[in-house]
Design a protein around this ligand. Structure first.
Ligand SMILES: NC(=O)c1ccc[n+]([C@@H]2O[C@H](COP(=O)([O-])OP(=O)(O)OC[C@H]3O[C@@H](n4cnc5c(N)ncnc54)[C@H](OP(=O)(O)O)[C@@H]3O)[C@@H](O)[C@H]2O)c1
Length: 279
């Protein structure tokens, strides 16, 4: 299959390029196609004539989005809408990614795909607008919501905690926010298994996260045990989210239920700790 992948300098884009080696991959970064430029998007699709488009590129700066809503909506809603329209016109499938931050965190159990959305910040609202626009266009569009993405490249919680544990003797970490840590390599490996099944499974929204869930505090302990065994983990202290104020509000619970994706695409997932071990 000839596949365009956007955002290939990002965590998920990079992992996808590494995983989809059995396909003809056209790797597109921001320099080659800036998603705020609609003409560039159309030209890219027209010139490569792909069999599938995968769009992990996104405006992902959650706090900064509060000050740049227009830009966030252009990249996270307008661009995916245009790609979806073009994919429909070309009769090809479209894979897009969304986020746990479409939810407000008030639910006391894991979120299903059909649960009501209510983003607390601009980033979540822009990603939700992207989901809605794609679904409205229709066609063969698959939206994979994921959460707490980390990798050994880029900017993410895993690398930050690994680095901080090498610089500091003690760490305070939020323990009352829960979600599912998700490795970019887990996402790419599942997308590789999903691609051959795209014609057999109805399009729509799916939650793509490994099994289990964690708080940032528990996640930090696992990261440090595995990457810096010399660090005294009794010196990692739990704090409340309200003690670590940030520009954007985030849900206290954003655990995504992954039953539907496993059933629809006949996938077996491991827990997030096993995925962390692989990195
Ligand atoms: N990171 C998370 O914790 C998380 C959680 C849930 C869902 N998601 C979703 O998962 C997907 C992949 O996220 P990720 O973690 O791989 O993000 P990432 O590492 O921040 O990568 C995003 C990529 O998008 C590119 N990009 C940004 N603006 C662009 C523009 N105007 N034109 C073209 N490319 C642009 C960036 O390019 P540069 O490298 O040039 O900046 C970057 O390579 C996104 O849809 C994201 O919303 C992420």
């Amino acid at each position: 299959m000839k596949i365009i992948i956007t955002g290939t300098n990002g965590q998920v884009g990079h992992a996808l390029v590494g995983a989809l080696t059995n396909h003809e991959v056209i790797s597109v970064n921001r320099k080659q196609c800036d998603l705020i430029n609609q003409d560039q998007i159309l030209r890219m699709i027209d010139s490569y004539q792909p069999d599938l488009i995968i769009n992990p590129a996104a405006y992902t700066r959650v706090d900064q989005a509060e000050d740049e809503p227009e830009l966030a909506f252009k990249i996270n809603a307008d661009a995916p809408k245009l790609i979806a329209k073009k994919a429909l016109e070309c009769h090809i499938p479209f894979i897009h990614f969304s986020t746990d931050l479409v939810f407000d965190g008030k639910k006391k159990s894991p979120y299903c795909e059909s649960d009501s959305t209510n983003p607390l910040g601009v980033y979540g609202a822009s990603k939700l607008a992207g989901e809605e626009a794609i679904l409205k266009v229709g066609g063969q569009a698959y939206i994979f919501r994921t959460s707490w993405v980390y990798s050994d490249i880029g900017h993410n919680f895993y690398l930050t905690m690994k680095r901080l544990s090498q610089k500091k003797d003690e760490l305070n970490v939020v323990s009352d926010q829960v979600g599912v840590p998700t490795s970019s390599y887990f996402i790419a490996a599942q997308i590789q298994k999903i691609i051959p099944q795209l014609n057999q499974v109805n399009p729509g929204i799916f939650h793509l996260v490994p099994n289990g869930h964690s708080s940032w505090y528990e996640f930090t302990k696992e990261i440090i045990i595995k990457t810096n065994p010399g660090f005294d983990i009794t010196k990692i202290y739990p704090i409340k989210a309200e003690e670590y104020p940030s520009r954007a509000r985030r849900p206290l619970n954003s655990i995504l239920e992954n039953i539907n994706i496993k059933k629809a695409f006949m996938l077996e997932f491991e827990d997030w700790q096993s995925e962390l071990k692989k990195i």
